[in-house]
Design a binder for this molecule. Sequence first.
Ligand code: NAP
Length: 516
Amino acid sequence: MSELLPNYLQGRWQTGSGNGIALFDPVLGDELVRADAGGLDLAAGFAFARERGGDALRALSYRERGALLGAIVQVLQANKEAYYAIATANSGTVMNDSGIDIEGAIITLGMYAELGKTLGDAHFLRDGEPAHLGMNPLFQSQHVQVPAEGLALFINAFNFPSWGLWEKAGPALLSGVPVVVKPATVTAWLTQRMVKDVIDAGVLPAGALSIICGSSAGLQDALRPFDVLSFTGSADTAATIRSHPAVAAHSVRTNIEADSVNSALLLPGETSDSEAFGLLVREVVNEMTAKSGQKCTAIRRIFVPESLYSAAAEGIAAKLATITVGNPRNDSVRMGSLVGRAQLVNVNEGLAKLSAATTVLHDGRKASLIDVDPAVAACIGPVLLGTRDADGTTTVHDTEVFGPVATLLPYRTLEHALALARRGQGSLAASLYGNNTDMLATAALGLAGSHGRLHVVSPDVAQLHTGHGNAMPQSLHGGPGRAGGGEELGGPRALAFYHRRAAVQASTAVLAKLPR
Ligand code: NAP
C-alpha cells in the first residue's frame, strides 16, 4: 500500500485512522499515495485554528501579513520542481498546463503580498467616509471592515490543486483569517505537499494554515458563526453545501464557485479572413485543450454569425487536428490526460448527451494516443460539436462537459447572440472578438448582468490579452446564477469576504480616534 498523506491540524501532523483513498497516475494507472481524514478531532482542530491562528494573524498589520505571503511565495518558488513532478504524476498534465496551476498560484500570491504593502500598517479597513446622522455634523456613522473572527474553510475542486488553494488563501491570510483547506481527494497530493513545505519552512504562525485530506464528512458540522466557507466544485455538491445546517443555523458566510457553460462570441461584421476571426479560432483551441478542457472558465459554446458557421468549423477543426494527445512525459505531446478514469467516464457521458443533439465537426477520439495504453490512460482527444439550431438545442446551453469539448452555434443578430449566451443561466466568463470598439463595448455591458468576467479581444490586444480562461488576480472571478453566485479575486475586492463590516456611530471626536 502507498504512503498515507498526513493531515496538518491543531498545529501537528496527524495520519488518518483508516486505510485511505488511493490517488492514481491517470496516465500510467499507478497508485501514488493515499488520503485519509479518519479519526481527526475536527472541533479541536478548528478551535486551534480560530484561537491560535486567528489571534496571531490579527495581531499583525496588512503589511506584515503581506510579508507572510511573500515568504510563502519564496517557499513555493524553491520547491517548484517537486510540484511539477507531482502534477505530471497525479494530474497527467503537460508542463504548460501544470504551469497554469503552479505559476498561477505564485503570481496570485505575489499580487496579494504587494497589496499588503499598499494597505500598510493598519489593522482594519475604513469603509467610505463618515456620514452625518442628523442635521448636526457632530454625530456621524463611519463604516469599518475588520478581519472575520473565525476561520476560512476551503473545499476545493480537483482541477486546480495549487491555484485553488492559494488564490483563496492569499486574500484570507492577508485579511487576518486562518485557513483550513480540504482539497479534492483525487489530486490532494500537490496541495498537501505545498502546505507541508510552507509549514516546514516555519513562515506562518501556528494555526494559520491547516490541511485535511480525504473525506469531507463532518467538516461543515465543525463550522461556527464567524467562520467563512469557500467552495469550488460541481453544482450538485454546491447544492448540498448550501443546504447544510451550519449555513442556516450559524449564518456561515459561503462563497460558491460552481460549473459554468462559458462562451466565446465573434461579433457581427467579421469575415473568415479578418484578424478577429483568427483570434477567436486560436482562443477556442487553447481553451478546449489547456488542461484537457478541465478549467471552470473554459469555452464551452462558440457563437459565430450564421454566414461564418462553416468557416469557423473548418478553422477550429484544422487546428484541433494538430493537437497531439497522450503521455505528458513525451515531448511531442501537447495535451495530457484527464484527471482519472472516472472523469473520462463523465466526459464520455456528457459527450453522448451533447452528440445526441449535435453533429461532430472534429473528432479527436479517432487520433492515436501517444505513448500510453488506451485501456489504462484517461486520455481523450478534443471534440468539436456543432448545430445550426442554436435556439432549439437546449442541452448545449445546459450541459458542462468538463473536458476538451465545445459546441459551435450560429446566430442571426448581435441581440440574438447575447440572448443565446445568457441561456447559460449565469457564467464565469465570456470572450468577445471583433474590430468594432463601439459594438464590443455594448456587447460587454450587455453580458455583464449574466457573467462574472467579459474578456474582449480586439486586434490591438492580440499579443497582450491574458487569455479567456485565465482568472487574473486583478479581475473578479465568479459568476451569477448557475456559476454559483460567488466572487473571488478582483484585487482588493477579495478581502471583503474575509472581513466583517460594522458601523461605528459616534461623535466626530471619537471617530477621529479610529487609527488612520
Ligand atoms: P465536486 O465533485 O463537486 O467536488 C468538489 C469538492 O467538494 C471536493 O473537495 C469534494 O471532496 C468535496 N465534496 C464532495 N461531496 C461533498 C459533500 N457532500 N460535502 C462537502 N464537500 C463535498 O467537484 P470536482 O469534480 O472536484 O470539480 C469539478 C467541477 O468543479 C466542475 O463542474 C467545474 O466546473 C467546477 N469548478 C468550478 C470552478 C470555479 O471557480 N467556478 C473552478 C474549478 C472547478 P472529494 O474530492 O473528497 O469528493
